[in-house]
Design a protein around this ligand. Structure first.
Ligand code: NAG
Ligand code: NAG
Ligand code: NAG
Length: 403
């Protein structure tokens, strides 16, 4: 009980401290030898890895990482089916490989014969460049996951299909990585032809039942044009000070570690058994990886409105949309088959909201992870992530192996 209260107050304090220092501090260069940056994080395990950059129509320069094949399979000359992996809010392509070969989805997919591409949404530590704008300018940060869906995904997907000379790819997203998919498909339904299959881990569209205090904080932030103008800032960027603090704070054997894990559980749902406490400092070297405050506020608007709709600009909606309210995203045009995989104890992407999404999507199926305490972050960092999540993803993808 005391720990829960502690965890809750600490979540708020950490949140504010990290937000402020994150905005002003130095970028984390990921220079520590034991914790290399991408793509060395992959090649150190003997897997080949590539870095690709692609510019979006609105000028953002994104970095993608690729595991073209696995050393365990050797058919590098044959065309391999492509899987595209898209991370969640304030995260990065590191999500898919942090658990190492034999566990991480990136490696398992490569082992199974896929050509694995991993996106990095605008604003994270690998995608903070722009053709014209500096990341020091507020205008650079004036985007939410709406723009990630409408600009980032098409740029990345078209680049991948050109490079691999394939007609379509499979898409796996976590959390915001799934939100971006619904935005893309709703606004540009022609991408139904380019995405043959979608696996949604911790799917986020409706946020009517979210229990996370981290999410509720967003409701305290007023909306409106004036506030928008002063809130175009980075959100939890990967900085030396803030990530270093988290790493030290969450180290195994320190008295602060319990508070640290409680803070994480406050965000994503309580579950102490699947989080490997030894791994935490490593995880927190790369996470959080940064996004925009506007992306977070857009989620806050979904919590307040209960709808899955475009960004709310207050009275300026009338100029932007020709209406008092932002338009809803349209699920009816999403033809691609979507497998929703839901954590029973996910405080952000709750089973209730995922069921509602399942009813809205014309072609979808609903699965729950077979562990009652499974939470939002377990999809990435669970000790048993292979058996609980990744084996399931592989078997669902196999269904249309011959697409
Ligand atoms: C890889 O190459 C070895 C030796 O050439 C061969 O025996 C094996 O069947 C190949 N494996 C795959 C998955 O193609
Ligand atoms: C795909 O990317 C690789 C690595 O950059 C490059 O060597 C290759 O030529 C590209 N293929 C096509 C068809 O663009
Ligand atoms: C936790 O992570 C450490 C360091 O990567 C690893 O050695 C250990 O086997 C992991 N524990 C479990 C239970 O998977």
């Amino acid at each position: 009980m005391i720990l829960a209260v502690w965890g809750k107050s600490l979540a708020y304090v950490c949140f504010l401290t990290l937000l402020l220092r994150g905005v002003t501090g130095k970028y984390n260069k990921n220079t520590r030898k034991s914790l290399p940056a991408m793509p060395k994080l992959i090649t150190q395990h003997g897997y080949p890895a590539e870095t690709h950059t692609v510019a979006t129509d609105d000028g953002y320069i994104l970095t993608m990482h690729r595991i073209p094949y696995s050393p365990l399979s050797n058919s590098t000359d044959t065309a391999r089916p492509v899987v595209f992996l898209q991370h969640g809010l304030i995260s990065s392509s590191v999500d898919w490989v942090i658990m190492g070969p034999g566990n991480g989805l990136g490696y398992l997919l490569a082992d199974a014969g896929y050509d694995v591409w991993m996106g990095n949404a605008r604003g994270n530590m690998y995608s903070t460049r722009h053709n014209k704008l500096s990341a020091m300018l507020p205008t650079f940060w004036s985007f939410s996951w709406h723009e990630m869906g409408v600009y980032d995904l098409p740029a990345e997907i078209d680049y991948i299909l050109t490079n691999t000379t394939q007609k379509s790819l499979r898409y796996v997203g976590h959390s915001m990585g799934t939100t971006m998919f619904y935005v893309l498909m709703s606004k540009k339904p022609e991408y139904n032809a380019k995405i043959s299959r979608m696996i949604a881990l911790a799917p986020v569209a409706f946020l009517r039942n979210t229990k996370s205090p981290f999410a509720s904080i967003t409701k305290l932030v007023p909306s409106g044009v004036l506030f928008d103008m002063v809130s175009n800032w980075p959100f939890f960027p990967n900085k030396k000070f803030s990530n270093g603090l988290l790493e030290a704070f969450c180290k195994r054997g320190t008295i602060t570690q319990k508070m640290c894990t409680n803070t994480l559980f406050q965000i994503g749902g309580f579950n102490s058994n699947q989080l490997n406490q030894t791994m935490l400092p490593t995880i927190l070297h790369y996470f959080p990886a940064g996004s925009s405050m506007k992306a977070w506020r857009h989620y806050g608007q979904l919590i307040s409105s209960g709808s899955f709709r475009e960004y709310d600009y207050g009275f300026a909606n009338i100029f932007k949309y020709g209406n008092l309210y932002p338009p809803d995203y349209n699920f009816a045009v999403i033809i691609t088959f979507v497998s929703l995989i839901v954590g029973p104890n996910d405080w952000l992407a709750s089973p209730e909201d995922a069921s509602l999404l399942h009813r809205k999507l014309p072609n979808s199926e609903y699965h729950e992870i077979a562990l009652p305490e499974f939470n939002h972050f377990d999809f990435l960092w669970a000790i048993d992530v292979k058996t609980l999540v990744n084996d399931k993803v592989l078997s669902l993808l196999e269904v249309d192996q011959d697409y």
